[in-house]
Each structure stands twice: as C-alpha cells, then as structure tokens.
Design a protein around this ligand. Structure first.
Ligand code: SF4
Length: 353
C-alpha cells in the first residue's frame, strides 16, 4: 500500500468526514500553527486546547509573544512540562520580531533554523501555512505507516527515521500538503490509536498489513528502552510569618528557570534527621529552623527521570539571615510564579497559601 494517489485520496476523504473542529485549523497564520504544534507535542488535543487559547488570547501575535517576559511565558506554560520548549519559543519569537519584521519565514530551511523548530515542526508550518510539499512525520505517522505497510525498522533508529521520512514524502499529496499532513496526524490520533484502533471502520483495513496479519500490537517497532534516572528531592517550605522563600532553578537541568522551594537532593530517600541537618546548611548559622510537618514521599514521572519528592515544613525561629540565592516571597503572591508540577500540586492542597 504505497501508491501515493490512492493513499492520499482515501486519507483525505476520511479526513473530510471525520476531522475535529479545532481553532488552529481555521487559520493559515504560521504563528498560530507554530503555537499549536509545539503545544501539541506536549499533550493531547483536549488538554492542549486550553493552553493554546490562553496563549493566543494573551499574545495575539508573535511580536506580543516576543515582548513578554520569560517568567510570564513559563507561567502560562506551567503544567505542560519540557520547559526548554517554552524558552525556545520565546527565543524564536524574538528572532522573528527582530530579524523577520514579525513575519514567519515562508521557506522550510529558514523555519528549520529557528530555535526549537525541528524537521517535524518546520514541515508542519511549511505545509499548513504555506502549502509547501514537506511531510510532517510524528509519532502518529510512524504508527500508521508502519502498520499499513508492515515496516519493522525501529522508529527510534537513524535508519528508521530516514525510511519513514522518505515514505511519507512519497505518499504526500503535494497539491494538498497541509491537509494531507493534518489528515495523517488526525487519523493516527483518533482512529489508528496506540491501543484499540478502530480497524473495523478503517478505510485502509483491506490493505493494512498489521490488521490482515493480526499484528497490530507489533507496530511500530522500537529499539530499546530509555534508561531512567531516579532522583530524590526534599523541598523545604519555610514558614516566616506572611512570607516564604523560593529559589530559581538556573542550572541546565529539568525545570530550568522555574521557581521552587529551597531544595536538598539526595541519591536515595534520606531520613528526616539527615535532611534537617542538610537544610540547616542552606541557611547561615544564625537562622534556626523548627520542624512543623512533613509530607509523604510522592513521585513525578518524567520521560528520562523519576523524581521522588516530599515537602518539609519549617518555621524560622531566632535570628534571620537569608542567603542571597533565595527570594523572599509574600505567601499570597506565590501563585504568580511558574513552578514545577510537584509544587503546583502541593500549593493546591496547602492551606498556607
Ligand atoms: S486497519 Fe487498524 S491498524 Fe490498520 S491502519 Fe486501519 S486502524 Fe490502523
């Protein structure tokens, strides 16, 4: 099943009859398409929609986005994860505002040069906004093409990426490039889903290798699992009257440039006494910390790391000397800061704030 005309004909007909009404499908504005594509790399359509609407409402143009502060962008992005993507978007918006007079470049190579824009996003913008003939290959496309054609080259190998890109570009209907790409992604997202695909009603079911051979769960093939790193975070929630303290994560690590409670990290679950001794080391000797309460250990799963974390509530007694790395924050202002998921969850249940 690789004849492009019949493949695209079937696909585009299916798309006409089944596509969801989504706001970014009502525009050819490359800014809106870029925004939606980057957000949808992070989350499903139903969750991504609220983020998209919030961004487009707050920053109606790429120039507005460029003029925002990074803190404000990260706050709107909060909860989506992969915060480097939000920082890259900010950088790209500033590049477009400064070097392209606020207009997205209308060619694939220039799009590809923008920070955070890879093959997939460049092809999506080029095809949807400018109808240029570039196939956008994402996880949905790997799944659909591997199943229909019975391709068992691992999708996480260089060879696999090349093979699927060549095939997708062969199948692409160049005169309807934007619709073709959206149709293939929509088909993978809503019908040829990872679990329980709708094969009975699928227009390709008479041709699909995986369906005919009862091997749907065998595609796509992946080479190997990612090694997971385990980390243990003890967050120190300081109770200082109306105030608490935050620090900004500045290292090249997860959640860069987000705010968090002062933190001690350990290589395994440390006991409370050890953590309290380490906590005291964060603060100069004149400051005394009194334990108020501690939370249970909880877990945050990221793609390459598992973060085990807990919150230790400490009251400041005696002399106060706060290190320069910490930011004194009025408790009622804490929701203005962009914070990682574990802290967002804790703030939602803690009656302190
Ligand atoms: S028949 Fe099933 S596995 Fe094959 S393309 Fe259709 S939905 Fe996907």
């Amino acid at each position: 099943m690789t004849k492009s005309a019949s493949f695209s004909g079937i696909l585009l007909r299916w798309y006409d009859n089944n596509k969801r009404d989504l706001p970014w499908r009502e525009t050819a504005d490359p800014y809106a398409i870029w925004l939606s594509e980057i957000i949808l790399q992070q989350t499903r359509v139903d969750q991504g929609m609220a983020y998209y609407l919030r961004f487009i409402d707050t920053y109606p143009s790429v120039k507005d986005f460029a003029n925002a502060s990074e803190d404000a962008i990260l706050k709107l992005w909060q909860g989506l994860g992969y915060y480097s993507r939000a920082r890259n978007m900010h950088h790209t918006a500033q590049t477009i505002a400064r070097h392209y007079r606020g207009m997205f470049p209308a060619d694939y190579e220039s799009l590809l040069n923008l920070k955070g824009v890879g093959d997939y996003t460049a092809a999506a913008i080029a095809s949807i906004a400018f109808n240029l003939p570039y196939a956008a290959v994402d996880g949905n496309v790997y799944r659909v093409l591997s199943r229909i054609n019975g391709i068992d080259t691992p999708i996480d190998s260089g060879q696999g990426k090349k093979q699927f890109a060549i095939l997708a570009n062969e199948l692409l209907d160049a005169s309807h490039a934007g619709n073709f790409n959206q149709a293939l992604m929509e088909f993978g997202a809503t019908l040829c889903t990872p679990k329980n695909p709708g094969c009975e009603s699928c227009p390709f079911n008479k041709l699909c290798f995986a369906y005919k051979n009862n091997k749907i769960d065998s595609y796509p093939v992946k080479k190997g699992k990612v090694k997971i790193r385990k980390r243990y975070f003890n967050y120190l929630v300081i109770d200082h009257g109306s105030y608490t303290y935050l620090s900004k994560r500045t290292a090249n690590d997860i959640w860069k440039n987000l705010y968090e409670f002062p933190l001690t990290e350990s290589s395994e679950k440390s006991d409370l006494q050890q953590t309290l001794a380490e906590s005291q080391a964060i603060f100069p000797l004149q400051t005394q910390l009194l334990l108020e309460k501690e939370s249970d250990w909880q877990k945050q799963v990221l793609s390459h790391q598992h973060i085990f974390y807990r919150f230790i509530y400490l009251k400041i007694v005696g002399k106060i000397k706060i290190p320069a790395s910490l930011l004194k924050v009025n408790k009622k202002d804490i929701f203005n800061f962009a914070v990682p998921k574990p802290i967002e969850k804790e703030l939602s249940k803690c009656n302190w704030f």
